[in-house]
Design a protein. Sequence first.
Length: 393
Amino acid sequence: MEKELLLRRYTFPTQPSSDGYYHLWVTDSGKKGGRRQLKAKTLNELKDKAYNHEKGINGQAGKTFKNVFEMVQQEKLRYVKDKEKRLSVMNTVNRNRSEYKRYFAGTDFENKLVTDISKRDIELFTLMTLERFSMKKKGFLSFRGILKSVFKLAYEEYWIADNVYDRVDFGKYKDMLLRPTPINERVHSDEDMERIMSFIHNKQLVSPDYLPAYAIELQILMGLRRGEVPPLTWSDIRKGCILISREQITVKKGENNPKEYFAIVNHTKTWKDRKFPITKEIQDLLDRIREVHKRIGYHGDYLFPADTDTGVITNNTIYNFYRRMCAKLDIPISRDRIKGTHSFRRNAITRAINNSGGNVLMASKLFGNTPDVAENHYYAGLDLDEAKAVLEG
């Protein structure tokens, strides 16, 4: 289907020329006249050459925006040797393709030759897209990222003489974006956190061997990413700290994997190991987990073992428990507020910053973010009661 669509732009000869070859002119910005000639002994061979030219297998012209986007994704995977890193890159590629499908698939823009796309074309398509979709800043940056990567590759490979993307002022679209959700609306209130912890402890009393209830409590106490919880082992507990050096990732269904699956990789999201001190609350929880292991007769190293391909509970298991808990507590989970288990990181980081008198650097080290990310994306704001006490001090 793709080949047929690409070749529709050409009118192929019905008979060979006097030299016995079938001939076809194609665009080529690398040539002085802007085009070059293909020739072949048979019509099918000529069509194959034209298709290869369009796909960029040979030549430098005839590449549509869609063609170059796919080349960008292939480039991302081509230079990744480490198997674990490749899993993460595959997820990125699948996410990029999903975003592309949302914003670009089925538009005239994706079928334009990159050599023919002007600054004005990008501006009009951006305007049209913002009118079609309601976007926040993060979504708009994702949309722009696709545009940027395509024109960057086209420019680096000399397929275009000027990177028109760099000439677009995307700042003029800021008033078309939705207002970002305030961070303090993306965390659980103190009252909700008390109810959540009570629910978790009650679940542990009613079903004392149900490990997901202990896993989510540890996530709350340590502000962990959901994927950092399942791979934790007793060997990670060292000198009063817990080492966080692995994560369980969800490998999404994509071109190279027919179904979604889970994999444990020996790195965190930021590729940096970190240590988290064991507080009294955490030590109490670890003691209770050891009791569970004794009751079920588990003698392995994982804190949260399960009968799965990876030998541990999955990210989905943790989230599903969270979802059921919120439903029973009548705590709304709104996609607009992005209030999933990741919100516990915001609660934990906010608590650490406020309790330390504003030490963002310490919080960023504890939770595995840069100070800017911790402050701009996770810190829900000052403890106003404490601030009032300071002002009245």
